[in-house]
Unconditional design. Structure first.
Lengths: 707, 570
């Protein structure tokens, strides 16, 4: 009997399921996410698809799971009653935060409500200095009293974050021991374990978020694991990590903050997988859905990982308005631009799109569900990009007249444009917004976006991707089979991996190499033993080391690869040259004379990358496809509607070539191929779009338009 | 369909939006590069910097979404001063200009402005500029101690920092020889130059893509639209003359800030006649800094969503009598100009409250509480370190004021762990200050209590640049004042707000920073919110009773309202 690997991604609306059998055949499923208990939808969807494809629970070798559970619990403040303990004198670090206004021009901003109210924030006598020395020892009786009090108040979780504990964790560890004696039922997270990095506010915030959701995650995952066993599942059950890689259920329960973005991350991981498969080393993963678009970079076949993340922004798209979380997360930027984003005219009489969204209720005007305001989807419909009779494969009809009227009334008339100009304006500006955000994102990472072909996923991604590419001056686009369940597929391409970090600041030429080597080895040993528990032999383990470094006096570090094994003088020379190389790449020039220092040392310990051999069913497809019809579609390049062939994606087999302009329809999305692109189907059935040469923002065209 | 634009050589609404976003993206790139490559906590953690793009005539078109009004708006007007001294005809590719003129740009010598002309096909089409607060500029350092500009450090006139790509080595040596931390200062100046190089590269790519050869036409369009929108907003405000005055501690004697705000049709003028004369010490404010902050204060109240550029400044005029504290002239000292300068917009906002009560917040701590400390560390190495700290913001007509948040300044605080790892300072206490928020239907934000010392074997020095010890932030519409500030020596002896203190190694200083004023009558505050404030320790039971008329008692179930003793007309 065949053995399958299963990826399950629980999102806000849908639970996506992907099976891959030993021959590499892929099977997709989608079911509605269930509330309040998403594990019901997980099991229901899994059951249905096992039946549909003829498998049983005992056929499952591995399940890899990603979920929005943690992020939703934080946004909706649905965690448990949590308390906070810190050094005497610093009770309010959570509320004092960065002391700034994230929007300079808004007098009425809201800051995020702390997860722990002030009445549950406690302090203990103790003090450690920046160099790790103990200035004042821990008053243990005080700590014990606090835990008694917390027990009386039915507090379920406690975060401990002491000043400079990233440097010396002895007091935090002692507090944990005291808690275990006095109040063994209370869950405790230590900042020195969850996020041992300098900057007290961010570290405290991360530690609190971790323990705040811990009971929820434990309940959910243990229940799910038990249920799966009852059904006859005896394979491995792993969770996706926000930073890529997967972990055991035990680790996920201990550090739930690490699975914060475990769902969306799958899209980027899938991008990384395809980048290797198709031999395209860099990609910009572009995932556009109903309310937001997400962009992330795949660089040399790897996602970019950040250690600075925010969750639950008060103002969804304003940096600095959320709870800071310092754990490794695949770097993604969320843009307030989706199919449902509403177009409006601002006080300068300029056309603006979003961030307000019509979401699914009342929805865009064309949904006919009561929405009257024009959205991006309405513009896409008026421009002929969407087929009113084939939205979700025809399950939902769109009302083109309603879309036209909404744009006419709210955009065209006030601006003195005709409706088509207005619709193109909406489509174009939303693309500009997304392109602008993606470009900034690339710059922050020091990348030139033109070297990043676009990897288009999500319902609206393929509709907008060609025009995005035109703005970004990108000449290649890839859209995979099953773009709609890309995240769940991504899980299956991830190795089992753990990562660790230790702060150990010091000037590069004055480091105690023995001490650093010990530090690194200790982290590596921890990782290896965790992998061993999942049955991975030490021969199959890869260790990747990195150090965050900067010039002495700077505040921002850059990640620099460092050699494995014991460190010696040669390794220091290598680290030095790696640093200068990276710095130059990011910021044009690197100083030869200024001293360099190390801040955080990171280690990733990972198992082997799963082998995937992907088969594709090409029944009924052809390399000389016939269009299923034609319709009038607006293209900027012609400044007009032109009759455009429409193809059924399932009828395109590897080797097929289609020249733009063209529309490729599938059930979950529509690919709009602009006249300056041509499309081929690669051996893995991905759509590969290449620019025909010459930029679309060709000066001849643009001159007439913009000057 | 769009064949050609309807009006030749004009931009339509869509095109302006597209191009403009692109320019702002360029500026963001400039700011990000600067923050990430800088060498001082003032830029990297406090983000005390700004970046702007100017057209060929020196009009500001766009700014990055970072920075602080004292920089952005002074820079907006400052470029023209550069061009008066160094005419555009004398500029060549590779030139970079520099100055820290305190009277015409950002108000004190510590802010250095760097301007890079942008050439496209050998034509000068505009300028990128940035202003950064450098860690030191020599003289008496960051303090109010100087009695003339000559004591306050190195004054760099309008000059070329680079000529056709060649560094002005003489100037570089002069800076190096005159500042206490040349390594950081020169590192940050270099970061400014590089960030602007990156920005120019990106702008030129944008121009190529759109087939443009200059930015003036776009600039004109953006400026025109911003001006029109601004005028429309102003004409919706009832005409009239609205007056206000605020007292600040001053140096030795109080300084009065007095303003009258005149709304007439689609223009606003603010006049500071009646404001106290300049001080002998370095708290004087240049008219440009006053203008920058007042413009900002008016704009956040009346038109937060209109972009900040030349166009949005045009309908606003700000005047102050020559030689008054808000219109300092050479050679008056200005190093600590932020203390008084931050009160100017707050004074104007208070006047505006009479015209648009819904859009104005109560007074807050206003001045930043910048701690500048210098001395020797335990190893005898000299150090000088600055951290920024904030008090509470005033309450608004719809919500409580924000605690520990700067307004009108836009800079950020420095994390305790960063301060302690980068300097010998040790911070013993940094918490919110109970009962410091003014009572009201909406409560003022809380100030902070900060206690600190220095790990040293030698005496250390601390020039105080604090305010609000004598005059508390006032409430609005019946809201009460926030708590006034206190500064304590070794937790008991009160000190005055501006003086240079020499302290012993074991000494500590305690700052009690003001909270914001309340908004509306406290008796109208929801009793449940008063209870929550007591439970969380934001206010005491005493204040609940005296200010809000709500008696809160400890019961076996915790703190609860004792309705029998509570008199409310609910």
């Amino acid at each position: 009997m065949s053995v399958i690997r299963v990826g399950i991604d629980i999102g806000g609306t849908f639970t996506d399921i992907v099976f891959i059998d030993e021959e590499g055949n892929r099977m997709f499923g989608k079911t509605l996410t269930t509330y309040p208990d998403p594990s019901e939808g997980f099991l229901k969807g899994l059951n249905e698809n096992l039946l549909k494809y003829g498998f049983t629970y005992s056929d499952i070798k591995t399940i890899i799971h990603g979920t929005t559970l943690v992020v939703n619990a934080l946004i909706e403040r649905k965690g448990v009653k949590t308390a906070f303990i810190t050094t005497n004198g610093f009770r309010d670090q959570l509320e004092i935060g960065n002391e700034n206004r994230y929007d300079l021009y808004d007098l009425f901003i809201e800051k995020p409500t702390p997860l722990v109210p002030r009445s549950l924030r406690f302090t203990v006598e103790e003090r450690i200095l920046a160099n790790g020395e103990i200035l004042q020892s821990l008053k243990e009786s005080e700590a014990a009293e606090i835990f008694k009090e917390l027990q009386a108040q039915n507090v379920e979780a406690v975060a401990v974050c002491l000043i400079h504990a990233y440097k010396n964790s002895v007091h935090e560890k002692r507090i944990l021991e005291i808690a275990q004696e006095v109040a063994p039922n209370i869950r405790v997270s230590l900042s020195s374990e969850v996020s041992p990095e300098i900057r007290e506010y961010q570290r405290a915030s991360t530690t609190i978020a971790n323990v705040y959701v811990q009971p929820l995650v434990e309940n959910y995952l243990t229940k799910l694991e038990k249920e799966l066993k009852n059904q006859g599942f005896n394979g491995q059950f792993h969770m996706m990590l926000s930073g890529g890689g997967t972990c055991t259920i035990e680790t996920a329960c201990r550090f739930p903050i690490r699975i914060l973005e475990s769902g969306p991350v799958g899209g980027t991981i899938a991008g990384a997988y395809y980048s290797k498969l198709c031999d395209i080393s860099n990609l910009l993963v572009f995932d556009m859905g109903g309310t937001t678009a997400k962009a992330s970079l795949v660089d040399n076949g790897e996602p970019i990982i950040t250690n600075e993340f925010e969750v639950g922004r008060e103002n969804r798209f304003k940096k600095g308005s959320g709870i800071p979380v310092k754990v490794p997360v695949v770097e993604m930027i969320e843009i307030g631009a989706g199919g449902g984003s509403i177009a409006h005219i601002n006080r300068l009489n300029l056309l603006k799109i979003g961030p307000r969204s019509a979401s699914s209720d009342p929805g865009p005007a064309c949904y006919g569900k009561g929405g009257k305001l024009p959205t991006v989807t309405d513009a896409d419909l008026v421009l002929g990009y969407l087929n009113p009779d084939f939205f979700l494969g025809g399950d939902m009809r769109l009302d083109a007249d309603a879309a036209y009227k909404a744009i006419e009334e709210h955009v065209a008339k006030p601006l003195g444009l005709d409706v088509v100009e207005a619709a193109w304006g909406i489509h174009h500006i939303v693309n500009e917004n997304m392109a602008g955000a993606a470009r900034i994102h690339a710059v922050e990472k020091g990348k030139d976006i033109r070297n990043y072909p676009l990897f288009a996923t999500g319902g609206a991604g393929p509709v907008h991707v060609c025009n995005m590419a035109n703005i970004l001056d990108v000449s290649t686009i890839i859209s995979p089979v099953g773009a709609g369940v890309c995240s769940a597929f991504g899980f299956l391409s991830s190795p089992l991996a753990f990562d660790f970090v230790r702060s150990y600041p010091g000037q590069l030429d004055q480091l105690n190499l023995q001490k650093i080597t010990d530090l690194l080895m200790e982290m590596e040993k921890d990782g290896e033993s965790l992998l061993a528990q999942s049955g991975i032999s030490s021969d199959d383990i890869t260790v990747i080391r990195k150090c965050e470094m900067r010039y002495v006096g700077q505040s921002y570090e850059i990640g620099v690869p460092i050699p494995n094994g014991p460190l010696n003088e040669d390794s220091i020379q290598m680290i030095l040259s790696n640093f200068k190389h990276q710095y130059k790449k990011l910021y044009v020039e690197a100083s030869e004379t200024v001293p360099i220092e190390t801040v955080n040392w990171r280690v990733v310990v990972q198992g082997p990358t799963p082998e995937l051999s992907l088969n594709f069913n090409s029944d009924g497809s052809s390399i000389n496809p016939e269009p299923k019809g034609k319709r009038k579609v607006y293209f900027d390049q012609y400044s007009d509607y032109i009759p455009t062939p429409v193809y059924d994606r399932t009828k395109l087999s590897p080797g097929a070539i289609v020249s733009g302009p063209a529309i490729i329809e599938e059930r979950e999305s529509t690919m709009v191929v602009t006249p300056n692109f041509s499309l081929t189907v690669d051996p893995f059935s991905n759509l590969i779009l290449n620019s025909k040469g010459g930029r679309v923002n060709d000066k001849n065209v643009k001159k007439s338009q913009y000057v | 369909m769009i064949k050609t634009s309807k009006k030749a050589n004009m931009f339509d609404s869509v095109q302006v939006e597209v191009l403009w976003n692109r320019l702002i993206t360029n500026l963001e790139e400039q700011a990000k590069t600067l923050i990430r490559t800088s060498f001082s906590n003032l830029l990297s953690d406090a983000e005390d910097l700004s970046c702007g793009l100017f057209d060929s005539k020196g009009n500001m078109i766009a700014q990055a979404n970072t920075g602080t009004p004292g920089h952005i708006n002074t820079m907006a007007l400052g470029i023209r001063h550069f061009l008066e001294h160094i005419p555009s005809q004398s500029l060549h590719p590779g030139d970079v200009l520099i100055s820290n003129n305190p009277y015409e740009i950002s108000g004190h010598l510590l802010d250095v402005t760097i301007v890079t002309p942008i050439f496209y096909n050998d034509n000068l089409i505009g300028y990128f500029a940035s202003v950064c607060h450098v860690p030191d500029i020599g003289g008496r350092g960051y303090s109010a101690e100087g009695e003339s500009i000559y004591e306050e450090g190195l004054y760099i006139p309008y000059m070329k920092y680079y000529s056709a790509g060649q560094l002005n080595e003489s100037l570089q040596s002069i800076i190096e020889a005159n500042v206490r931390s040349p390594y950081e200062v020169l590192g940050d100046l270099r970061a400014q130059v590089i960030a602007q190089e990156v920005a120019i590269k990106n702008l030129i790519e944008t121009l190529n893509e759109f087939g443009l050869t200059e930015i003036d036409a776009l600039g004109d369009e953006v400026i025109k639209r911003s001006e029109a929108a601004m005028r429309k907003v102003i004409s919706d405000i009832p005409d009239g003359v609205y007056k206000n005055e605020i007292y600040t501690d001053g140096v030795g004697e109080p300084i009065k800030i007095k303003c009258s705000v005149t709304i007439k049709g689609d223009e606003i003028s603010v006049d500071f006649k009646g404001t106290s004369p300049a001080s002998l010490k370095g708290v004087n404010v240049s008219l440009y800094y006053t203008l920058a902050y007042v413009t900002y204060g008016l704009k956040v109240a009346i038109a937060p969503d209109i972009p900040n550029n030349e166009g949005s400044f045009r309908p606003l005029t700000v005047t102050a009598p020559k030689g008054c504290v808000l219109n300092a002239e050479h050679p008056m000292p200005t190093a600590a100009r932020h203390i008084i300068g931050h009160f100017a917009p707050v004074c104007a906002l208070g006047a505006l409250h009479q015209a648009i009560p819904d859009k104005v917040i109560a007074e807050g701590a206003t001045s930043l509480w910048n701690i500048q400390v210098y001395g020797e560390d335990l190893e005898g190495k000299p150090f000088s370190y600055v951290t920024f700290n904030t008090g509470g913001m005033g309450a608004s007509p719809i919500k409580d004021g924000l605690s520990a948040t700067g307004f009108p300044s836009g800079v950020r605080g420095t994390p305790v762990e960063i301060t302690e790892i980068s300097s010998p300072l040790i911070i013993y206490h940094k918490e919110l200050r109970q009962d410091s928020g003014g009572s009201g239907k909406y409560r003022g934000g809380l100030g902070q209590i900060i206690r600190f010392g220095v790990r040293t074997n030698k005496p250390w020095r601390l020039p105080f640049m604090f305010d609000g010890l004598n005059f508390p932030p006032r409430g609005l519409s019946g809201g009460k004042s926030g708590a006034r500030a206190e500064v304590l020596f070794n937790n008991k002896t009160p000190l005055t707000s501006k003086a240079l203190y020499t302290l012993q190694p074991e000494d500590t200083i305690t700052l009690k920073i003001p909270g914001g004023g309340g908004y509306g009558n406290p008796e109208q505050r929801d009793p449940e919110l008063v209870l929550l404030d007591v439970i969380n320790g934001y206010i005491s039971q005493e204040t609940a009773k005296t200010d809000y008329g709500i008696v809160i008692e400890s019961t076996p179930k915790g703190l609860q309202i004792d309705w029998s003793q509570t008199k409310r007309n609910c």
